[in-house]
Each structure stands twice: as structure tokens, then as C-alpha cells.
Write a protein that binds this ligand. Structure first.
Ligand code: BYC
Length: 315
């Protein structure tokens, strides 16, 4: 392609993005835009399927049939989110098997939050309330992402995440209003999940290498710190409503702005977990690889069936 043509495509692309238009799979796009989207969408997809583990761990131990049904449905939803997202990555030319291989060999990331253990039933409630709450805060703006297939996948994901967040808050409400032991379980879970939930939004703006370009491309609509602040402002009153204490002695409401100042995140912990040294990183990847290997026969059977159907249709 000539340099002049390239410049024209680039200008048309940026004009579409600046006008809040949508870039679709067959449109011209800069290589960096494609790479960034594949990276983010793949990490997002990996987070959804790895994210099935901490809660999946409690399906056999849910405290009632009702809670078990809800949890099975929720974990199944996360698998579905992974499928929409891997499909969105495929529209950019990515190969699903290669993406899974990158996950299984530790060459692509997934969210740090899923490397923490779920040690009590209250952790399942806290994940719904806090982790899905943080996910919604991050993902609602992604429904306006400049890349069409990702934005459309996010619309459906966010509807399901809203149900997840509500069920988590409801489960937390029951515990917080239960026996003293249940109330303590709820507080302990908040203590465990609060700071890792804040880390989900990524490094502070000054340390986020991808944000500026992703915002110029209309992939991200708000910075990591902006979304984190919105999450804190929305969630602290919910904790108060539950009668629980957010584990941050520096938390202060600014009555003028209605916004909360909060303490410093332990970034050493964040980067350690991101690099593979969290409490559960190795287990999560090992379980994922084992599930993939155990499921090989299902993929082979599905492929053989599809092949047979195609041959029958062609005959
Ligand atoms: N964990 O320049 P930055 C769910 C990486 S699943 C790990 O700010 P970016 C759910 C980042 O990737 C929800 N890594 O990056 C499922 C980058 O690394 P590389 C998952 C993190 O991309 C089951 C580097 O740090 N949500 O809801 O502009 C049950 C520098 O960061 C993290 C998504 O995936 C982290 N927390 O912004 C329940 C949302 N943070 O690739 C619930 C989509 C940062 O340069 N993703 N890194 O080596 C995003 O919105 C953005 O990718 C992020 C990071 C805001 C996360």
C-alpha cells in the first residue's frame, strides 16, 4: 500500500473513532489497534473462564439448593462470556487455540483477582457483590468501545453481570443480617476481597502504559483511576448499608464532591500477583490445563459431528 493511501486510511479510521462511530472486522485498522484489541479481549476472555474456578469451587458446598442453582447458572454464564469474547477476538484474525495456548503457557494474562482463594461461602457472596460490581463499572463503558464486536459482546455480558452483582449483594445481605458468626464471615470476606477488587482496575494512571493510546482509539473510555474511584464511591455506601466496615482506615468522604478519598493500594502485591506469584496462580493454570485436556474428546466429538453434518448437507 502506498504511503499516501495508508495516510488516507489512517485519517478515515481516526475520524470514525473521533465521531464515536464503530470499526467493524472488515474495516481498515492500524496494526497497533488490532494488537491492542486482541490483547485486551483475550485477557478478558481468559479472565472469564479462569474466573469460573474460585466460585466453581463452592458449587458442591452451596448452603442450599436455591444457592446452588444460582451459583451453577452464574458460573455457566462466565463460560458463556468467555465464548463471546473468544469469538470477538476471532473477528480480528486471532486463533482461539493459539490464545488458549498462550494462557496455558503463562504468556498471556488474566485478571489478578482470580488468583485469590475462596475460603468460605461468604467469599462467593463477596465475589458477586465486589468483583462483579467492579467488572460492571469497567465493562459498561466498553459497550461504547470503538470496535463493534467487542462493544456488542459487552452489552450482553453487562446484563448478566448485573444479575451476578445483585445476587452477590443479596447473599451478602443475608449473611450480614444473620447470626454473629455469619456476620463475621461477611466482614472477613469484605476484608479479603476489598483491596484485590480495587486492583482489578489496573495500575494507577501514571503507571498504565496502554491507557493513553487505548483512550485515543476509543477502546477505553475512562482511565483506570477514574473507574476505580467510581467503584469506591458506589460501593462504600453499600457496605454501610450492610453494616460492614471497609478495611481502609484512610477512607474519608469529601462532603463537597460526594467522593471518597482512600488509602494507597499495595502495588507490590498487585505486580507480584500479575507476574504469577499470587496465592493461587499455579493452581488456576494447572486446573485450566487439566480441564482442557480432559475435554479433548468433547471437542473431537463436536468436530466429527460437524464434519458429518457438512458431508450430509453436501451429498
Ligand atoms: N490483572 O496499561 P494497563 C469478570 C495488565 S472478568 C492482570 O492499564 P490496559 C468475572 C494489563 O493487561 C473481568 N493484569 O492495561 C469473571 C497490561 O499488561 P500487558 C475481567 C492487569 O489493558 C468471573 C499491564 O497490566 N475484566 O468480570 O490498558 C467471575 C498494564 O496495564 C490488570 C477485563 O478483562 C489486572 N487487574 O488496562 C466474576 C476488562 N490490570 O498486556 C467476574 C477488560 C492491568 O501490557 N480489560 N493489567 O502486558 C480492561 O478494561 C483493561 O485491560 C484493564 C487494563 C483496565 C484491565
Amino acid at each position: 500500500m502506498s504511503e499516501q493511501l495508508q495516510a488516507e486510511f489512517q485519517a478515515a479510521f481516526q475520524a470514525e473513532v473521533d465521531a464515536d462511530g464503530r470499526i467493524e472486522p472488515r474495516d481498515w485498522m492500524p496494526d497497533g489497534y488490532r494488537r491492542t484489541l486482541v490483547r485486551q479481549i483475550a485477557q478478558h476472555a481468559h479472565s472469564e473462564i479462569i474466573g469460573m474456578q474460585p466460585e466453581g469451587n463452592w458449587i458442591t458446598r452451596a448452603p442450599s439448593l436455591r444457592r446452588k442453582c444460582i451459583l451453577v447458572a452464574k458460573v455457566q454464564d462466565e463460560a458463556g462470556h468467555g465464548l463471546y469474547l473468544y469469538s470477538a477476538a476471532e473477528t480480528l484474525g486471532a486463533d482461539r487455540d493459539e490464545l488458549l495456548d498462550l494462557l496455558h503457557t503463562g504468556r498471556q494474562k488474566y485478571s489478578t483477582i482470580f488468583n485469590y482463594p475462596t475460603t468460605s461461602w461468604a467469599d462467593v457472596a463477596a465475589i458477586g457483590w465486589l468483583v462483579d460490581g467492579a467488572a460492571i463499572m469497567n465493562q459498561v463503558p466498553l459497550t461504547r468501545c470503538s470496535y463493534g464486536p467487542y462493544a456488542r459482546a459487552m452489552t450482553r455480558v453487562c446484563k448478566e453481570e448485573s444479575f451476578h452483582q445483585r445476587q452477590g449483594f443479596e447473599a451478602m445481605t443475608v449473611l450480614a443480617n444473620g447470626t454473629p458468626a455469619q456476620r463475621q464471615m461477611a466482614q472477613d470476606a469484605l476484608d479479603r476481597w476489598w483491596w484485590p477488587s480495587l486492583m482489578m482496575f489496573g495500575p494507577s494512571d501514571g503507571d498504565s502504559p496502554n491507557s493513553a493510546q487505548s483512550m485515543a482509539w476509543g477502546i477505553k473510555r475512562f482511565s483506570n483511576d477514574e473507574l476505580r474511584q467510581r467503584f469506591v464511591d458506589a460501593t462504600v455506601p453499600q457496605a454501610e448499608h450492610l453494616g460492614l466496615t471497609v478495611p481502609d482506615p484512610e477512607l474519608r468522604l469529601d462532603p463537597e464532591t460526594g467522593s471518597y478519598a482512600f488509602g494507597e493500594i499495595d502495588w507490590t502485591e498487585f505486580y507480584a500477583v500479575m507476574k504469577g506469584d499470587g496465592p493461587c496462580n499455579r493452581d488456576r493454570v494447572r486446573n485450566r490445563v487439566a480441564a482442557h485436556e480432559d475435554g479433548a474428546w468433547v471437542r473431537e466429538a463436536a468436530a466429527a459431528y460437524a464434519d458429518k453434518q457438512a458431508r450430509r448437507a453436501a451429498a
